[in-house]
Design a protein around this ligand. Structure first.
Ligand SMILES: Cc1cc2nc3c(=O)[nH]c(=O)nc-3n(C[C@H](O)[C@H](O)[C@H](O)COP(=O)(O)OP(=O)(O)OC[C@H]3O[C@@H](n4cnc5c(N)ncnc54)[C@H](O)[C@@H]3O)c2cc1C
Length: 520
């Protein structure tokens, strides 16, 4: 039987598996990615691309293309009985918080294509039509048996295996991990269509109906929309049994809008589940994306969360494989991403219940309270900021994780475990300087100190691990961090804060890399 060797075997080339492969390319990790389908998905599926994902795309050089190919959600327009109830402007909702202060609408198929093309442009390929059949692991290795496009079995030997194999995850089943949660009673529909109607194409339209919200997302292209809604409880058909005519009838009944659906690009019906694993890894095998958590489509989080799982795992695995970090750093993947998956299922359930719950009180909230309140509530900057941090995933933190050393952050408003706050330095995003796949030690200074010695020491001792930069301590940056004097921030390669300190010298860095990361 033919044998392939690689450091990591990735199972599944959806957005999560492709993202993991792209990150491994950045770190120079040797991987094989297998996918049972013959190419990237042709279906639009997820459409919400969040700011945090765009920050990750930026490091891959893909953010500009994504924003050009997608549509920015400018406004939300609430409708009832076919008439406008109110409008909320969202175009710049996250201004000052990210270089991407909005939600981008770009179909999953296009996201997958972007990631796949990145892979190809770096001389890598997915093994298409190659299905994982079984796998085993020892203390030092994993062995996967796959069936390739010609039907022959092949062995792939690696040091780690990552199941990015979607909600039915054969990898999760084989590892015996649980996937507890529940399934919504109602059947949901999604349709990508072209519409003629009286409303302008610059807004997400939410029709507040008695039974649910019917949402119309404006997609790139004239009159193109994604429509999402639900059939009532007791509807007697299941996934795959519904004709588009039934969906169209339902849209008309619920939304009560005069509209003409002139073209249907794609439609689907699905049951909404909300579940997560009890842990993200077992031995040398890991899970990421929908194989580890699935939740309602509320807030457009699914695809983004998988991309973020991959981003969190990639640098840790790369550092272990290169001998820069101890193997126990891999435990912090579960430590950081499991609480996130739990929080996510709770918040998306809450949002989803308001949009589609069948309770009489929810019906009342939807039809009478939601629209005027939304406009009023979102007029407060603090609420806007909280809402954006939640939806965009920039607010995810790892404060409680063991990679967050709080020893020196007591004085500051920003803490170890926070994502590096966005700011402009000399008119450019601070993230422009944070693209190298390394730790970044930043000294924020008023320009009075001499940092040449420190720079020299870092270059001699840590050039392979740490990039060092001196950054002006502008008043807006000092205010954001709650800082009164110069300070250092150590960023992990995923741009989360490892530690902060006002000490000069490298003792903090040495201790962190040695004790926390396990760097020999
Ligand atoms: C209709 C619909 C609408 C959605 N809307 C949104 C949205 O608006 N926003 C959002 O964020 N999310 C949305 N989602 C969810 C989103 O599509 C998923 O979260 C996303 O696809 C997860 O990516 P993934 O790579 O983890 O899994 P998947 O995309 O499921 O990819 C898993 C891959 O693994 C492959 N695979 C499985 N078993 C094997 C095997 N044995 N061997 C080899 N390959 C295997 C599969 O073929 C598949 O390609 C939506 C989903 C659907 C269906």
């Amino acid at each position: 039987m033919e044998k392939i060797k690689a450091d990591v075997v990735i199972v599944g080339a959806g957005p999560t598996g492709l993202s993991l492969a792209c990150q491994f390319i950045r770190y120079g990790v040797d991987f094989v990615i297998v996918e049972k389908n013959e190419g990237v998905t042709p279906y639009s599926k997820a459409i919400g691309v969040q700011a945090r994902t765009l920050e990750i795309y930026e490091q891959l050089g893909l953010a500009e293309r994504a924003t050009t190919e997608g549509a920015i959600t400018g406004k939300v327009r609430m409708l009832e009985g076919g008439e406008v109830l109110g409008e909320v402007n969202l175009s710049n909702i996250g201004e000052g918080l990210s270089a991407y202060p909005y939600m981008l609408l770009l179909e999953q198929s296009k996201n997958e294509r972007l990631l796949y093309e990145y892979l190809q442009s770096h001389g890598q390929e997915v093994l298409w039509q190659t299905e994982l059949e079984n796998f085993s692991q020892t203390e030092t290795n994993v062995t996967a048996q796959v069936k390739n496009a010609s039907g022959a079995s092949q062995i792939i030997e690696g040091k780690y295996l990552v199941g990015c194999d979607g909600p039915k995850s054969p990898v999760r089943h084989a590892l015996g991990l649980s996937f507890e949660g529940s399934t919504f009673e109602r059947l949901f529909y999604v349709a990508d269509v072209q519409i003629d109607w009286k409303f302008s194409h610059d807004a997400l339209h939410g029709c507040l109906a008695r039974n649910s919200v019917v949402a119309f997302f404006p997609m790139k292209g004239k009159n193109s929309y994604r429509i999402v809604g639900a059939f009532p409880e007791g509807f007697d058909k299941d996934e795959g049994e519904v004709l588009f005519e039934e969906i169209e009838r339902r849209i008309r009944e619920e939304a009560e809008i005069a509209l003409d659906i002139t073209h249907v690009n794609w439609f689907s019906t699905y049951r909404v589940h909300t579940r997560h694993v009890n842990k993200f890894s077992e031995g040398r095998c890991f899970l990421a994306g929908d194989s580890a958590h699935i939740h309602t489509p509320a807030g457009g989080q699914g695809m983004n969360t998988g991309i973020q799982d991959a981003y969190n795992l990639a640098w840790k695995m790369a550092y272990v494989l290169k001998g820069f970090a101890g193997e126990r750093i891999l435990d912090t993947y579960n430590e950081e991403r499991l609480p996130n998956a739990k929080r996510l299922t709770e918040t998306t359930d809450r949002m989803f219940n308001i949009a589609a719950g069948s309770d009489w009180l929810l019906n009342l909230i939807r039809t009478t309270v939601l629209s005027p309140m939304a406009k009023f509530i979102l007029s407060f900057d603090l609420v806007k900021e909280r809402f954006f941090r939640l939806i965009s995933q920039i607010g995810i933190n790892y404060h409680d994780g063991s990679l967050s050393d709080h020893g020196g952050d007591g004085e500051f408003d920003v803490k170890a475990g926070d994502r590096m706050p966005y700011s402009l330095v000399d008119g450019k995003s601070i993230y422009d300087a944070l693209r190298e796949p390394k730790f970044h030690l930043l000294t924020f200074t008023d320009g009075k100190g001499d940092y040449q010695t420190m720079r020299g020491e870092i270059e001699t001792e840590f050039a392979h691990l740490v990039d060092y930069q001196v950054v002006p301590l502008y008043p807006h940056v000092a205010e954001m961090f709650g800082a009164t004097k110069p300070f250092n921030v150590l960023l992990r390669p995923d741009n989360y804060i490892g530690f902060m300190s006002q000490e000069t010298g490298l003792s903090g860095l040495r201790v962190y890399l040695n004790k926390v990361i396990g760097c020999p």
